[in-house]
Write a protein that binds this ligand. Structure first.
Ligand SMILES: Nc1ncnc2c1ncn2[C@@H]1O[C@H](COP(=O)(O)OP(=O)(O)O)[C@@H](O)[C@H]1O
Ligand SMILES: [Mg+2]
Length: 470
């Protein structure tokens, strides 16, 4: 029977999960049918792992229900859900380090208590070995878990989940940080499990990885980008007697790519610096609402603004030329919150810019302009941003590189759910990826357009950019 005609295996209805005043999941409903390979895709912080924790029982939910094989399991303890056939692998593999691979698996077998209580030790060892064989780990059975490579650890995570004989296997970012051939290995493995009647939910924040074999997923759910809103109102800023911004009013909403367009010296960088806390406005207001809390950016330090999830890719890159690529990247993770996610963000940076991976020990100053721009953006990714401010990414690049850089920024928005405010002089390139835009002239917003079409049709724009005087 094709999956869509069958009753759902798992039904999540109107699930809400709050942590204090912060709503991590807001009224989420998902249905997964037997035999599906279901992708759960969304940016950092969109609630993917929280949803999995609610399905597996690690978190209590209220309100909302979770139904598995027509049984309401909302109030069941995690281990009871495991016995009903729900297994998960963890984003960060947590093997028992003092144990061998086979001992790790035995623990999982005992935990699920799915093997016959009376099963003899040799029978249990057979079950365990057959799982290890299917996972391609048979030769590692007696190796200490600490000796496994990253991809082997991921496989052991999946093997431990398989030891509970799941009907539903939830794989939490099983591929983050792996090379592309390793990703293929893990995908093949998941595919072989799927063909053995196991329904699979796969979580990925790196959408490219999920989408690589396009036919892999039977369906997918995009987790929403969380509420984020930048509101700038009547802002003045300047340098001594120089007035750089005059009454600027502008807003950026979650998931958007907004272009701030203007030629040289019109105030674009000043506005970006104000948002990042590097230039203090003289008048007006600037607030960022994120996860339900509104912050007055004019009162916060640059560091506090970074902590909120705002990253600036400055004009001219501002790399440290005498430091290596890796050292420059690490400087992007200087805040405590970002340091906790270094491995994951580094993997994300290299996934986004594979060319940087081989250049890690090269001095930033010796790289080409295109490579430096990649590095500057990658460095910003190291701080786990939600709002990316990019100041003139195209400056100093060849037309081909401009086009590639702009496309890459579009991908960051589409694949990672990053909200983007981009300052550009290159109108035609910027509108390739922008949802809408503003034109700034002499520090004033002279056009605020709700769409790219509206921008193109605007008389001022036509005069400035499209054939008129530049
Ligand atoms: N550090 C500074 N000191 C004095 N004037 C500045 C400084 N930075 C920018 N300006 C002036 O502010 C105005 C806006 O500049 P800027 O924000 O850099 O524009 P854009 O990024 O659009 O090129 C210009 O008149 C510029 O000369
Ligand atoms: Mg500028």
């Amino acid at each position: 029977m094709p999956p869509e005609t069958q009753a759902p295996l798992l039904r999540v209805s109107a699930l809400t999960k709050r942590f204090g005043g912060f709503t991590a999941l807001d009224n989420v409903s998902v249905e997964i049918r037997p035999g599906e390979r279901f992708g759960l895709i969304g940016p950092n912080g969109s609630g993917k792992t929280t949803l999995i924790n609610c399905i597996s029982g690690a978190f209590r939910t209220e309100p909302g229900t979770v139904t598995f094989r027509d049984e309401d399991i909302t109030r069941l303890q995690p281990h009871m859900r495991t016995r009903r056939g729900i297994a998960r692998s963890f984003q960060i593999p947590r093997p028992f380090k003092s144990m061998t691979v086979s001992e790790n698996l035995m623990v999982a077998l005992d935990f699920a208590a799915v093997t016959d209580e009376a099963a003899s030790a040799p029978q249990r060892r057979d079950t365990m070995m057959s799982i290890l064989t299917r996972m391609g780990l048979a030769s590692k059975a007696d190796v200490s878990a600490t000796k496994l490579s990253q991809v082997e650890l991921r496989k052991m995570e999946l093997a431990r989940a398989m030891a509970t004989h799941p009907k539903l296997l939830i794989s939490d970012e099983a591929m983050a940080g792996l090379s592309s051939s390793e990703v293929d290995e893990v995908l093949d493995l998941l595919m072989s499990l799927a063909s053995q009647d196991i329904t699979i939910i796969m979580i990925e924040h790196i959408m490219q990885a999920v989408m690589r074999p396009k036919s892999w997923l039977t369906s997918a759910c995009r987790m929403p980008t969380l509420a984020l809103s930048l509101a700038i109102n009547d802002l003045d800023a300047g340098y001594g007697a120089v007035k750089a911004l005059r009454g600027v009013t502008l807003h950026v909403e979650a998931g958007e790519t907004v272009a701030l367009l203007g030629t040289n010296g019109n105030g674009k960088s000043t506005l970006m610096k104000c948002v990042a806390g590097l230039v203090r406005p003289q008048r007006g207001s600037m607030s960022l609402t994120i996860d339900g809390m509104t912050h007055d950016l004019a009162r916060l330090s640059t560091e506090a603004i970074v902590d909120l999830g705002v990253a600036l890719v400055p004009e001219g890159r501002r790399l440290f030329p005498k430091l290596t690529v890796l050292e420059n990247l690490m400087l992007g993770a200087f805040r405590k919150a970002a340091r906790r996610n270094i491995d994951r963000n580094l993997a994300l940076a290299f996934e986004t810019f594979p060319a940087l991976k081989g250049l890690q020990s090269q001095l930033a100053g010796t790289m080409s302009g295109g490579q430096q721009q990649m590095l500057a953006i990658a460095r910003a990714l190291m701080s786990s941003p939600r709002l990316l401010l990019i100041d003139e990414p195209s400056v100093g690049l060849s037309p081909l590189l401009v086009s590639q850089t702009i496309a890459k920024i579009g991908e960051l928005n589409q694949h990672l759910g990053l909200t983007v405010l981009m300052a550009e002089q290159n109108f035609n390139q910027a509108i390739r990826i922008a949802d809408r835009g503003y034109i700034i002239v002499h520090g004033e917003i002279v056009v605020a357009a709700d769409s790219v079409d509206e921008l193109r049709g605007n008389d001022i724009v036509k005069r400035l950019y499209l054939g008129g005087i530049a």
